[in-house]
Design a protein around this ligand. Structure first.
Ligand SMILES: Nc1nc2c(ncn2[C@@H]2O[C@H](COP(=O)(O)OP(=O)(O)OP(=O)(O)O)[C@@H](O)[C@H]2O)c(=O)[nH]1
Length: 216
């Protein structure tokens, strides 16, 4: 949503409409860990934040974030995706849109809502009816050939995050080469290396989000 759209939405609803950012990627690549690392960084920059998580048949990721002490538990909403995780973020994102709307109604100052989609694969992409901008998270332990496989997630996302960079020496991954191949298949669109557990690269991810959807 750009600033003009946001102003119109504000006039229509009486409150600013939050920017919506998707965070998808294969199971276990570190999406929740990235959110856990991003929350304090974004809070320190004064961003008013909420999170919607998607799990298949549980509320595992939401419960983890609520227990983390990083964010007011009321600001974390959970969507149960059922058998097909793509449906609720791409084909019919109604449940996620409603979860975001409810958070906005409850917290009128919220500026940014992160939507994590758990349990997805290399083909998952977000509907632009749901998010303004989205990140795809892969990890080095999943194999340095992932960028070469040219999955739609890798190719189409606004920002590709290659997480678990610390594991590269342990799994025989040539990190500079993986980064170069990722940049090449994405025609030089942004790619960031992270270690979400230590926080490396997370400030750069926050920079990209803020520049893209908060215009600051
Ligand atoms: N070494 C290392 N481990 C990481 C990193 N990021 C996440 N992990 C670990 O990887 C595992 C999976 O991380 P999660 O954040 O749960 O991954 P996820 O993508 O949210 O997983 P799903 O929600 O199940 O799809 C956990 O054991 C994390 O501690 C990292 O940068 N380095």
């Amino acid at each position: 949503m750009n600033m003009i759209d946001n102003q119109r939405a504000k006039e229509a609803t009486g409150h600013a409409v939050a920017a919506r950012v998707g965070i998808g990627g294969p199971v276990g690549s570190g999406k929740t860990a990235l959110i856990e690392a991003l929350i304090p960084v974004l809070h320190a920059r004064g961003v008013d934040l909420a999170v919607v998580t998607n799990d298949l048949v549980t509320k595992e990721d939401a419960e983890r974030l609520r227990r983390s002490g990083l964010i007011d538990p009321q600001r974390v909403a959970a969507v149960e995706a059922g058998a097909c995780p793509h449906t609720v973020i791409r084909e019919d994102p109604t449940l996620n849109i409603a979860a975001g709307d409810e958070l906005e109604a409850r917290f009128p100052g919220v500026e940014l809502i992160l939507f994590e989609s758990g349990g997805d694969n290399l083909a998952s992409t977000f509907s632009l009816d749901l998010v303004d901008w989205w990140i795809f998270v892969i990890d080095v332990a999943g194999g340095d050939d992932i960028p070469r496989k040219k999955g739609p997630g890798t190719l189409r996302c606004d920002l590709l995050v290659i997480n678990k960079q610390d594991l590269a020496p342990h799994v025989g991954v040539d990190l500079p080469r993986m980064l170069e191949e990722a940049r090449s298949v994405r025609a030089q669109r942004p790619v960031i290396l992270t270690d979400a557990r230590r926080g490396d690269g997370v400030g750069d991810v926050a920079d990209q989000i803020m520049k893209a959807v908060l215009f600051r």
